[in-house]
Structures are given as structure tokens and as C-alpha cells.
Write a protein that binds this ligand. Sequence first.
Ligand SMILES: NC(=O)c1ccc[n+]([C@@H]2O[C@H](COP(=O)([O-])OP(=O)(O)OC[C@H]3O[C@@H](n4cnc5c(N)ncnc54)[C@H](O)[C@@H]3O)[C@@H](O)[C@H]2O)c1
Length: 408
Amino acid sequence: MTARTGKASLVPFSIGIVGAGQFAGQFAKLFQLHPGVGDIYATDLIPERAEKLVAAQGLAGTVGSFDEMLATGVDAIALFTQRWTHGPLAVRALRAGKHVYSAVPMAVSEEETAAIIEAVKETGLTYMMGETSHYNPATVYAREKVAGNDFGRLFYAEGDYVHDMDLGFYDAYRYSGGEKWKETASYPPLLYPTHSIGGVLGAWRTHATSVSAVGVTDDRGDGVFDREISQFGNDFSNATALFEVSGGGSFRTNEFRRVGYPSHIRESRFRFFGTEGSFEQLATVSFWQDKTGVQDVSEHLQAVPTLSADDPSLDNVAPALRDAFISGTAPVHDRSRLPREFAHAPNGHEGSHHFLVDDFVTAVNEGSLPSVNAWVSARYTLPGIVAHESARRDGERLTVPDFGEAPG
Ligand SMILES: NC(=O)c1ccc[n+]([C@@H]2O[C@H](COP(=O)([O-])OP(=O)(O)OC[C@H]3O[C@@H](n4cnc5c(N)ncnc54)[C@H](O)[C@@H]3O)[C@@H](O)[C@H]2O)c1
């Protein structure tokens, strides 16, 4: 494939960014560079944030509110609001005739998930969740190994999202939650399940059918993860879930927020075991193994930084979180499909941002199904929602509902 060039062959569509906080800037930049995108507007409950984003990146302008954004002629909405808010906003945007790109997670309940799928089915519009693990180098590598049948029969996998609160999250939640930040900093780890589940299911073609999960009650006593204060009634700061999958086998995910681990080096890690081959990853190393030996594939999966941590575009991002936003692609990534405008553009989360933006823009431009479409998003999100309920019920094994694969 060759890199696409220029705007001539495309009809660019307009985007309204909703939520101009810490994450939106990175994506605004990429949407703006993509030849398939035209005007970009921004809105935020805190108007100065939208104004700052528009000024910093030379976007088309600000809009007063989400409702006003829906009333404009923008073709698509990109949601970068707080993690528990996406479901209802996505449905309202779809019902208003807008394509939707949503930051993770898709939703926080089965009902919200079902409503998005229903709205996508009825409107025929594009919905995509921006799950960065879908393009995590380990997941891309395992996806290739699955395609080549190198694992034999896959029967077990592990996905970890291990990010300690002390490594940037206190700052991020203060920025995000204002005076009442402790109420939302307790967001349940298993309701943010897509980085671990999406990295597993992004490679393994299956879905979760049941789950049993265990939560660890926090004991720091600083008012975060305190049930009395928590908006979510949550006091788990670490959680582990074991999922049974369709076709036989299982995968285990860890969602850790109190953990002695250097998440700035690598925050999502994966392992896959098949009857013929296996793959194991730690913070700095990755190995392919079969019955004859071990191959060190660490370099092949190592994303190379393309931005300096003091780049002005990272102003809103807590210093301890910036490593995630400066990584470029790894050798395992095939950049040939990306527009040439992305060649020197900022990237992030182990090189995934470029691919997610291109997937969404291409799907809207071509009327095709994006990689992490509504049905895939549900399979990446809903198992975590059910796992959180299982943890609340002392590990009771619960059935995970499935909305199936995207039609047609
Ligand atoms: N690896 C990843 O995929 C990754 C990494 C970081 C963040 N995220 C996701 O990105 C999203 C945004 O994260 P963030 O750190 O930028 O959050 P943030 O709290 O910094 O920013 C959210 C912004 O949305 C605004 N907002 C909320 N509701 C709104 C509404 N109805 N209308 C207009 N504005 C509204 C808030 O005022 C705030 O400025 C989250 O869902 C998070 O989960 C994903």
C-alpha cells in the first residue's frame, strides 16, 4: 500500500471535539493533519479550556456547549470527556446524526452499551472507540501470530493495565475533578477495563462468556477509594478478573492502581499461550517462545519517542504521565497505510494514536466499518463492567452478555 496524499480524493468532514482537557489536544492535532478531515471545533464545560485548545492549534472555533455542538452542522463528534460520561453523550450524538469517535471506555453499564449499538444499527453512522491497546505493539505482534496460526490453538492470555495512582493520576484527577476530585479519583479499576481486555481480544478472535473477579480494598486512608466519598461507592484500588472465553480457554486481566511498577516505561502488558507457541512481555522485554526455544523480540516491539516531554502540546498533561504521550511507532507497526501528513506528527500510547485516528477518518470517509466498531467496543468494555459486579459480589461467577459481531 502507498501513503495517501492531499485532500483532493476525499470529501473532508468536520468534527466537534467535546471535552478539551488533558487528552483532547493530542487527537485534535492528528485530526487536523489528516487529509480526510475539514473544520474542527471544540467545546468544554470550562470554556477557557476549549478556547485554549482552539488558539493553540488554530482550530475553526469554539462552540458554547455539547447541545449547541449537536445543533451545528458538524459531521462527527469526538468525545474526550471524563470516563464515566461517554455512553449517553455518544447516543445523543448518534441520534443527532453525527458520527462518533469516543475515548475509552464505551460506557459504564450494559444498558448504555446496548443503547449505543441500537443507535448505530438504526442510524448506520460510524461509531468507534479509541482503544489504544488495539494497536499496542504486543497486540499487533500477537495478531500477526494468530493470523499465521503460529500459536496453534490459543487457550490462555493475560492483559495487565498497571498504573499506580502516584505516577500522575493524583494530578490528573485534580485537574479533571476540581474541588471534588476525590469523589471521582475512586473510579473503579474494572470499569476502565479496555486497555487490558482490548489488548487480549485485539489479537485473540474470541469473546468473554463468564467472569469471576476479586477486588482489593484500598487501605491508604487518604479519602481516595473511600466508599463514603466515592461517587461510584468504590473502595477497590486493585482488581483481578478471570474470564472464560467462547471456543474454550480463558484470559486474566489485572487493573492495578496501587502497584510498585514503572508504568511510564510500559503500562499495558500482555501474554498469550497456545499449543504451539507463546508470547510473554514485561516492562522492558518481550519474548516469542515455542517448543524449541526463546526469541527476544523486544526491539521489534519497542516504540521510539518522537516528541520531547516538554513539548508545549503537553502543557495540560501531568509530567508523570507524559511518557505515554511521546512514544512513536514500533518496528512491528505497518505505517504504509497512514497519510504522509502523519510522518512527523506527535503520536502516543506506544504508537497507537496515528492508527486510531486514521481508522476513524477512513471509516467515515469510506462508509466502512472501523476496527474498534460498536460491537468490538462492547466486547472490550462490557466484560469489565460485569467483572466489577462480580468483585462486588465476592467473586461470584457471572455470565457476560454478548452483542455478537458487527452485522454484514
Ligand atoms: N490510553 C487511552 O486511551 C487514554 C489515555 C488518557 C485518557 N483517556 C480517556 O480520554 C478521556 C479524557 O481524559 P482526560 O484526561 O482528557 O480528561 P479531563 O478530565 O482532563 O478532560 C475532560 C474534559 O471534558 C470536559 N467535559 C466533561 N463533560 C463535558 C460536556 N458534557 N461537554 C463539554 N465538555 C465536557 C471537562 O470539563 C474536562 O475539561 C477519558 O475518558 C479518558 O478515559 C484515554
